[in-house]
Design a protein around this ligand. Structure first.
Ligand code: 13P
Ligand code: SF4
Length: 304
């Protein structure tokens, strides 16, 4: 079926079901075109809470749909492709986190939202890339166990006096960007400003003019005086930026910045989701209540 026809069917069914589509910036362009809201992890959490819809179709990966379900248990949350996961989220388990907590009994656990509901339930507070520094600095404890992203944790440790115990997790999409990638692009485009996501390696972030979440990159590119940018995050965003700011030029930091899990979501899978009400995200109530506390604490932080 042609994309336009599928998009029309999606629109009609969405109204019939009182459903909304939330999409992350890394999904394919067509998903973002049918979505009611496109954003970063933090704004998607907020959109899920504020929505009056009965059904949320999540064009993103599993942990994002889980967060929506944790925050809005009265809504039916559907993930169009059930195995659209996040390899970084799978790099921390409850068992391993409990062992780490035993080693550092005075530490608070700050958990990046890119994690399972069960890991969130074991944590004191969640954070996203947009608020990680504020979240860590809001905590009374001097010691922090930061899971699962070592790169985001290392970035945060530069902006706090707390002792941070890093977890050895990483996002393969951002960790793929190398110093050489940036040097080569800067040679080719000497006037380009480098805006990077904090999931990149520390040595890559050293080159960055700004370090921002995906929403932050989209926003700040608009107010920047530069007209050319090297973008250090998943490359799909470059297409969105080019569309939003046609007078500016954008170069992906690396062609390898491809999140294949986000790309599993297709228009066909969204249509199937709406037709058959699948695949339902279910978080056990005992886990949901504890994970919700960690997410709520994050959402209460000023500047989040
Ligand atoms: P943000 O949405 O917080 O920018 O994080 C990017 C990401 O990797 C999401 O999976
Ligand atoms: Fe996970 Fe990285 Fe993909 Fe985000 S971009 S979903 S962190 S693998």
């Amino acid at each position: 079926m042609e994309n336009q026809l599928i998009a029309e069917k999606i629109k009609k069914l969405k109204e019939e079901r009182n459903a909304i589509i939330l999409s992350h910036f890394y999904t394919r362009r067509e998903m973002q075109d049918v979505a009611d809201f496109v954003g970063d992890s933090l704004s998607l959490c907020k959109a899920a809470v504020n929505s009056k819809a009965d059904v949320i179709i999540f064009a993103g990966v599993h942990f994002m749909a889980e967060s929506a379900s944790i925050l809005s248990p009265e809504k039916l949350v559907l993930l169009p492709v059930p195995d659209a996961g996040c390899p970084m989220a799978d790099m921390v388990t409850v068992k391993a986190l409990r062992e780490e907590k035993e080693k550092h009994p005075d530490a608070a656990v700050v958990c990046y939202v890119n994690s399972s509901a069960a890991v969130k339930a074991e944590s004191d507070i969640c954070c996203t890339s947009a608020n990680a520094v504020n979240v860590v600095n809001s905590i009374k404890n001097r010691e922090i166990i930061f899971v699962p992203d070592k790169n985001l944790g290392a970035f945060v440790s530069l902006h706090t006096d707390k002792k941070i115990h890093l977890w050895p997790g990483f996002c393969h999409v951002h960790d793929n960007i190398t110093e050489n990638d940036i040097r080569n692009l800067q040679d080719l485009h000497p006037d380009a400003a480098f805006f990077a996501h904090p999931e990149c390696r520390p040595e890559v972030l050293n080159f960055a003019e700004r370090i921002l979440s995906t929403s932050g990159i989209v926003r700040e590119v608009g107010s920047s005086g530069s007209t050319e940018f090297i973008i250090g995050t998943e490359r799909e965003i470059v297409r969105s930026l080019q569309k939003k700011y046609p007078d500016k030029k954008f170069y992906p930091a690396s062609e390898k910045t491809f999140c294949y899990n986000m790309k599993k979501i297709t228009l066909e899978s969204i249509l199937n989701s709406l037709q058959n009400m699948e695949y339902e995200i279910h978080v056990p109530e005992n886990v949901r209540v504890k994970a919700r506390k960690a997410l709520d604490r994050m959402l209460e932080i000023r500047g989040s």
